[in-house]
Design a protein around this ligand. Structure first.
Ligand SMILES: Cc1cc2nc3c(=O)[nH]c(=O)nc-3n(C[C@H](O)[C@H](O)[C@H](O)COP(=O)(O)OP(=O)(O)OC[C@H]3O[C@@H](n4cnc5c(N)ncnc54)[C@H](O)[C@@H]3O)c2cc1C
Length: 422
């Protein structure tokens, strides 16, 4: 049998591509290598799936630093609000909005999304082939004719959407197959790098696990190179781990660690943490002075614990060589030193965790070779791309899955229309 459209990959991009293509009532085959769809959706957002963000398009794009602008036309055709409405009206999934505009299903369970999407695919007549891995997309005279599976079976089709994801968290099925397939078809693959990933540090305080488990809210992180040039500053939450630092704001600066080290070699970089970005030095000085007045006889680590976790205060006092025991023994120069370090707590990072541990794979299929309105390849007729396989990477906050869903839907609509004309 010859299909109108084959979609390769049953993640958010592939699922929405199959749905988009089916709008033209063409016959669609979705091929997924796993036993089930959406394995990455299931682990996303801590199992709750932060599937979108309610910001406007400009803000969404500014949160996709890796080629977000390429998605303008895509989001105009299928926006975050279109996705939220589709979920609510056609899948029966109500959305709830949390901090930073992040959108989750109100069930707080990613399975709700995968199950509803699977049911929807079956209702609209998309055929799904599980446990089948595509190894090659076949062409004749630079035009799609089908795909070949790992077991060498060939399935014919007029057009193909490649939506096989990146190479991060390979246990979910995204093992980088798409880069090999696309490269074979003549597409350039831009260098892959870990994006939204924790950072390693071999500082003594990390090696000795003095701060492990301490989480900080709304801190400001600035990344500097060794010459002291500031690369990026971001605000958000973070946590100290046994190997370094992690959490949303660390993820935001991590792609710049990847990119800087790509440029400068694997040199260590400096992260400066402003623990109180909403207070200036004077305000912070006054707060500490007030705490001293209120609790003159308290041990310093206890006296300041309204400001910060005790473990962190102890590390700071050690760094500053402040050996006084009681709050009242802190002098003006100590308070100044404390104020300074609270706004400039620095930690050296050696690099990122590996690509397989990254939330997103940076790099990928070069977007210059893809039509930004239809997502059709400019090199091979009838070949379309969607999702993380493209050289697009966003911050955490719902931007990546939204980009996958939107690009999937648009690629699907375009491929459906294309296949009708063949
Ligand atoms: C731990 C974690 C948490 C995350 N949380 C969030 C979040 O809350 N919000 C957010 O916006 N983003 C999140 N992300 C990122 C987001 O999940 C991905 O960007 C998104 O899933 C990409 O969608 P995709 O469809 O392009 O690829 P994928 O979701 O990777 O799907 C690709 C599919 O293709 C299949 N496949 C691969 N190769 C083949 C082949 N050769 N033949 C057939 N099938 C194949 C795979 O098995 C897979 O099912 C998270 C990522 C991780 C790792």
């Amino acid at each position: 049998m010859k299909y109108d459209v084959i979609v390769v990959g049953g993640g958010p991009a592939g699922i929405l591509a199959a749905i988009g293509a089916k709008r033209d009532n063409v016959n669609v085959l979705l091929i997924e290598k796993n036993k089930k769809l959406g394995k990455k959706i299931l682990i996303s957002g801590g199992g709750r799936c932060n599937f979108s963000n309610i910001s406007n398009v400009d803000k969404i794009i500014s949160n996709i630093p890796g080629n977000g602008k390429f998605l303008y036309s895509i989001f105009n055709q299928f926006s975050n609000f279109d996705l939220i409405n589709f979920f609510e009206e056609e899948l029966g999934i109500r959305a709830k909005v949390e901090d930073y505009g992040r959108v989750f299903p109100d069930s707080d369970d990613a399975r709700t999304i995968v199950e509803a999407l699977k049911k929807y695919l079956m209702n609209i007549g998309v055929q799904i082939m599980y446990e089948s891995t595509v190894k090659e997309v076949l062409t004749e005279k630079n035009k799609i004719i089908g795909v070949q599976l790992n077991d060498n079976r060939i399935i014919e089709a007029k057009a193909v959407v490649l939506a096989v994801g990146g190479i991060s968290y390979p246990g979910t099925g995204s093992t980088g197959d798409g880069y090999i397939i696309a490269e074979k078809l003549g597409h350039k693959i831009n260098d892959l790098f870990p994006s939204s990933v924790p950072l390693n540090s071999d500082e003594k305080i990390i090696r000795e696990k003095l701060l492990q488990g301490i989480s900080l809210r709304d801190v400001e992180l600035s990344l500097y190179d060794l010459k002291g040039k500031r690369i990026i500053t971001e605000v958000g939450d973070m946590i100290f781990t046994h190997f370094g630092i992690s959490g949303p704001v660390v993820f935001r600066i991590s792609r710049y660690v990847s990119l800087t080290q790509r440029k400068l070699g694997n040199v260590p970089l400096k992260v400066v943490i402003d623990l109180f970005p909403s207070k200036n030095d004077q305000q912070l000085f006054n707060i500490i002075a007030e705490l001293i007045n209120e609790n003159p006889n308290k041990i310093i680590a206890n006296g300041l614990n309204r400001l910060l976790p005790e473990k962190l205060i102890k590390v700071i006092l050690q760094k500053l060589n402040i050996n006084q025991k009681k709050m009242k023994e802190l002098h003006k120069k100590d308070i100044n030193k404390l104020t300074y370090i609270l706004k400039n707590f620095s930690i050296q990072v050696t690099g990122t965790r590996s690509l397989s541990e990254a939330i997103v794979t940076g790099g990928g299929v070069n977007i210059k070779e893809v039509n930004p309105k239809t997502l059709e390849s400019k090199l091979v007729e009838g070949l379309y791309f969607a999702g993380e396989l493209l050289d697009i990477d966003g911050y955490t906050g719902g931007y990546n899955i939204q980009a996958a869903f939107s690009s999937g839907y648009v690629a699907g609509k375009s491929v459906g229309f294309y296949s009708l004309k063949q």
